[in-house]
Write a protein that binds this ligand. Structure first.
Ligand SMILES: C[S@@+](CC[C@H](N)C(=O)[O-])C[C@H]1O[C@@H](n2cnc3c(N)ncnc32)[C@H](O)[C@@H]1O
Length: 344
């Protein structure tokens, strides 16, 4: 049976929804790009004002079912494209009267609950973690890369203190059979068996794998740069992050290009001002105690936003600052090249 998803039956709680709406509503009366459509929580709320249009993007094809219902209901006020948000400059439809671009990073509850995606520690079977439009999976990373490469991925993307030992155990296990999700969770539990932690033992390794499988670093960096290029002056960019690496990237992007940053207090004050953005507040907005209670998944969310001030766009400093992350992410490209070679 082909079950249809009712708009009312959406299972994902949109994080910081009221805060996002109060930030963007002064710009109402134009098009907003929802770069992470998911279950459509933000888009639905924005479309409640009949003066707005939504251009929605999601890399996960399962969002298409909901997007079709939106199209039926909101007609020419809604468009959807199944693509990665780094490709925001290459949309098939033209976007007019753009007012703001919104990113709600991370994963929807529906994705986490989907056993086929294998995003949760409770999944059984082959490792996966692909959100959509991917070139390789977590199975390729764990079962094909060498010890040093896996170690870097866990260390840099997971900030996992036990990366060395976990990686060694993975390589030993792999001599006999390919690792599946339960095997990886068991290895991590064994390595950490007497260590106290507030988070699940596998959280950091799973975060690292999700980042590399979905190219989350380059997606975010080029998503931000290309959004800046697409926005008109006065337009707004709003980003919600869920882990410290994402937030570091977003914070640097907005702050570094919005204020007269002095490298050292012993150096003379820099006169050149890189004012690409106007920031209304420097500190991120976080969910209220009440929201965290109702939706514990919101607890690590941070919202930052800025208004575009001019068209200067030299982002070389931004790219250089995070090149160490892009270099680790490029290990995934190695797999993709290997797979491609085997297929040819
Ligand atoms: C946290 S959910 C968004 C939930 C949405 N705001 C809502 O209210 O339903 C994040 C969504 O972004 C999508 N996504 C993540 N990275 C993406 C990327 N690089 N390009 C396009 N979509 C992406 C995921 O597939 C997921 O559906």
């Amino acid at each position: 049976m082909n079950a249809t998803i009712k708009l009312e039956n959406v299972k994902h709680f949109p994080v910081l929804l009221d805060e996002v709406i109060s930030i963007i509503s002064p710009l109402y009366g134009g098009t907003f790009i929802d770069c992470t459509f998911g279950q459509g929580g933000y888009s639905k709320k924005i479309l409640e004002s009949s003066r707005n249009k939504i251009f929605a993007i999601d890399r996960d094809l399962s969002s298409l079912k909901i997007a079709k219902q939106f199209k039926k209901k909101f007609k020419n006020r809604f468009e959807f494209e199944n693509k990665r948000f780094s490709e925001i400059l290459n949309t098939e439809k033209k976007i007019n009267n753009l007012k703001g671009i919104i990113f709600d990073l991370g994963y929807s509850t529906t994705q986490i609950k989907d056993p086929k995606k294998g995003l949760s520690f409770n999944t059984k079977g082959k490792l996966n973690m692909q959100m959509g439009l991917n070139n390789f999976s977590a199975d390729d990373i764990i079962n094909k890369l060498d010890q040093r490469e896996i170690y870097y991925i866990f260390k840099i993307f997971g900030e996992e203190n036990y990366s060395k030992l976990i990686t060694k155990k993975i390589i030993d296990f792999r001599k006999n059979k390919n690792l599946e999700t339960e095997d990886l969770v068991n290895i991590i539990n064994n390595v950490k068996k007497n260590k106290f932690s507030k988070i699940h033992n596998s959280t950091k390794v799973f975060q690292a794998l999700r980042i590399i499988v979905n190219n989350e670093i380059s997606e975010l960096i080029y998503g931000l740069i290309n959004s800046f290029k697409l926005l008109p002056i006065g337009g707004m960019i709003v980003i919600i992050t869920f882990h410290s690496i994402e937030d570091r990237i977003v914070k640097f992007f907005l702050k570094n290009y919005s204020e007269n940053k002095n490298l050292s207090r012993y150096l003379p004050l820099k006169t050149e001002k890189k004012n690409l953005f106007k920031l209304v507040q420097k500190k991120p907005i976080i969910p209220s105690e009440n929201e965290r209670k109702i939706n514990p998944a919101s607890r690590s969310a941070k919202l930052r936003y800025g208004f575009k001030l001019n068209n200067n766009s030299d982002f070389s400093e931004f790219l250089k600052k995070f090149s160490y992350l892009l270099d680790v992410e490029a290990l995934g490209k190695k797999i993709w090249e290997k797979l491609y070679y085997l297929l040819c």
